[in-house]
Design a protein around this ligand. Structure first.
Ligand code: NI
Length: 187
């Protein structure tokens, strides 16, 4: 089981690596790592597990955050509805992902973006496309197209940045953290 302290902190230069494309078939190590990432994100969003195992809640993680410079990331999104008895999640695994189309409209997270590698509060606007279509490969090496909107779109862009050595804080102008707020929609 992955421990929170194993996730690289923003000061770690390895997070600045441009990760390399993955070749198929996927190695056992990569498969295992992907499953470990899914498990962490899933459990981290369940309060009692997060508390018990000291997990920091997160919905996205890239391999490089565990020091593995390969182009894949995982997103675990809660989709629990009111009459569900237990929490439900949807999982995305994107290998060698790229954005093949995006909306003109831009959005940002009102309360500020977060990252499992950034352990401090950061204020400011990170402009993101409201909708993106990603092309990627799944764990079996099959090409997939996934459309993401709103929070999922932001998450895809945030994780894709990780694969290029970029952190969300890099997008924030320290002198004017709320620059462009009027031209975008907060979510
Ligand atoms: Ni992150």
């Amino acid at each position: 089981m992955l421990k929170t302290k194993e996730i690289l902190d923003e000061k770690d230069r390895r997070l600045r690596t441009i990760s390399k494309e993955v070749e198929f078939p996927l190695s056992k190590e990569d498969r295992d790592l992907i499953n470990t990432m899914i498990e962490y994100l899933h459990d981290s969003q369940i309060e009692e597990l997060a508390e018990k195992y000291d997990l920091r809640p997160g919905m996205g993680m890239s391999a490089i955050q565990l020091g593995v410079p390969k182009r894949y990331f995982v997103v675990v999104n809660e989709i629990t509805e009111e009459d569900d008895k237990e929490q439900k999640f949807e999982t995305y695994v994107l290998i060698n992902p790229k954005i093949i189309s995006n909306s003109m409209e831009k959005i940002y997270v009102d309360e500020g973006e977060g990252c499992l590698s950034v352990n401090r509060p950061v204020e400011g606007i990170v402009p993101r496309y409201a909708r993106v279509t990603m092309e990627a490969y799944d764990m079996d090496g099959k090409k997939i197209h996934i459309r993401g909107r709103e929070e999922i779109a932001i998450c895809f862009q945030h994780e894709l940045d990780h694969l290029n050595g970029i952190l969300f804080v890099d997008h924030i102008d320290p002198k004017n953290p709320f620059k462009g707020k009027d031209q975008m929609r907060g979510i």
